[in-house]
Design a protein around this ligand. Structure first.
Ligand code: PEP
Ligand code: MN
Length: 269
C-alpha cells in the first residue's frame, strides 16, 4: 500500500466523481472552470461570468487572495473580492472556485466558496491542508512549482485524512530549465495520476504556459490526454488585467476553445 492510502487507486478502484451544485468532475464527466486571475471590479466579474457561462463553463474562478512573488504587486481584494464573487455567482448561477491562503479566513471560505483552491505555493502547507480538509468541502489542489507527482499525492492525502472526500487535483506546470514558457506543462501527469489515484485531475494551461496563444493548443491536448477538466484564465481586457494578463484569453477566444474542446472529447470517446 502506498503512503497515500486514501488517495491510492487501490483503495478505490473506480474513478471518484466530485459533484458540486449539480456539476460533476471525474468518472467521464468533464468540467471547465473559467474566469480572471484576480477579482478586480464588480463590472469585470459580472461580464466575465456571463460570457464564460454562455460559452459553456461550469464554474467561475477569480482570486480574492493572491499569492504574488513581489510584496508590492496587487495581492487581491481580500474579503471584498469574495463579495464580488458571490454577486457574480448569484447572477450567473456558476459555483465559485477561489484560493485560500491562510487559516484566518477558513470560516468565510466554508460559508461562501463552493470549491476551495489551494495554490501551487501552498501545496505543502500541511497545516492549511489539514484545516481545509476538516471543512469537508470540495477542494482543488494544485501541483507545487517544483513538486513531484508523489509529493502531490502525499499532499492530497492530508486533505483526505482531514475528512474531505471531494478533492480535484490540478496539473499547472512545473519549473524546469525551459524559459520559452512560464512553466513546463507536464501533461504526462494526467495518465500517471489516473493510474495512481482515483481522484479527478484537471489541467491549467494558463499558468502551465504563461502565454494566451498557447492556452488553446494545450487545453485541447489536455482533453485528448484524458483530463477531467480545465481551469482557464479569461479576462475581458487582458491588456489591463491586474494579474496574469499575458496568459489570459478573451471571452471570444474562450468561446472558440470550448467548441474545439467538445470536438476533441467526441473524437476520443
Ligand atoms: C491561480 O490559479 O491564479 C494561481 C495563483 O495558480 P498557481 O497556484 O497554480 O500558481
Ligand atoms: Mn493567475
Amino acid at each position: 500500500m502506498a503512503d497515500y492510502k486514501l488517495a491510492a487507486r487501490a483503495s478505490h478502484p473506480t474513478d471518484s466523481v466530485v459533484e458540486v451544485k449539480g456539476r460533476k468532475i471525474g468518472g467521464g464527466n468533464f468540467a471547465v472552470i473559467a474566469g480572471p486571475c484576480s477579482v478586480e471590479t464588480e463590472e469585470q466579474m459580472l461580464s466575465v461570468a456571463r460570457d464564460v457561462k454562455a460559452a459553456g463553463a461550469d464554474f467561475l474562478r477569480g482570486g480574492a487572495f493572491k499569492p504574488r512573488t513581489s510584496p508590492y504587486a496587487f495581492s487581491g481584494l481580500g474579503l471584498d473580492g469574495l463579495e464580488l464573487l458571490k454577486i457574480a455567482s448569484a447572477k450567473s448561477g456558476l459555483p465559485i472556485v477561489t484560493e485560500i491562503m491562510s487559516e484566518e479566513y477558513l470560516d468565510d471560505f466554508a460559508r461562501d466558496v463552493d470549491v476551495i483552491q489551494i495554490g501551487a505555493r501552498n501545496m505543502q502547507n500541511f497545516t492549511l491542508l489539514r484545516m481545509v480538509g476538516a471543512l469537508k468541502k470540495p477542494v482543488l489542489l494544485k501541483r507545487g512549482l517544483s513538486s513531484t507527482i508523489e509529493e502531490l499525492l502525499n499532499a492530497v492525502e492530508y486533505i483526505l485524512a482531514g475528512g474531505s472526500g471531494d478533492v480535484i487535483l490540478c496539473e499547472r506546470g512545473i519549473r524546469t530549465y525551459e524559459t520559452a514558457t512560464r512553466n513546463t506543462l507536464d501533461l504526462s501527469a494526467v495518465p500517471v495520476l489516473k493510474e495512481r489515484t482515483h481522484l479527478p485531475i484537471i489541467v491549467d494551461p494558463s499558468h502551465g504556459t504563461g502565454y494566451w496563444e498557447l492556452v488553446e493548443p494545450m487545453a485541447l491536448a489536455a482533453a485528448a490526454a484524458g483530463a477531467d477538466g480545465l481551469i482557464i484564465e479569461v479576462h475581458g481586457h487582458p491588456e489591463a488585467a491586474l494579474c496574469d494578463g499575458r496568459q489570459s484569453v478573451t471571452p471570444q477566444i474562450f468561446a472558440r476553445l470550448m467548441k474545439k474542446i467538445h470536438r476533441v472529447r467526441e473524437a476520443i470517446a
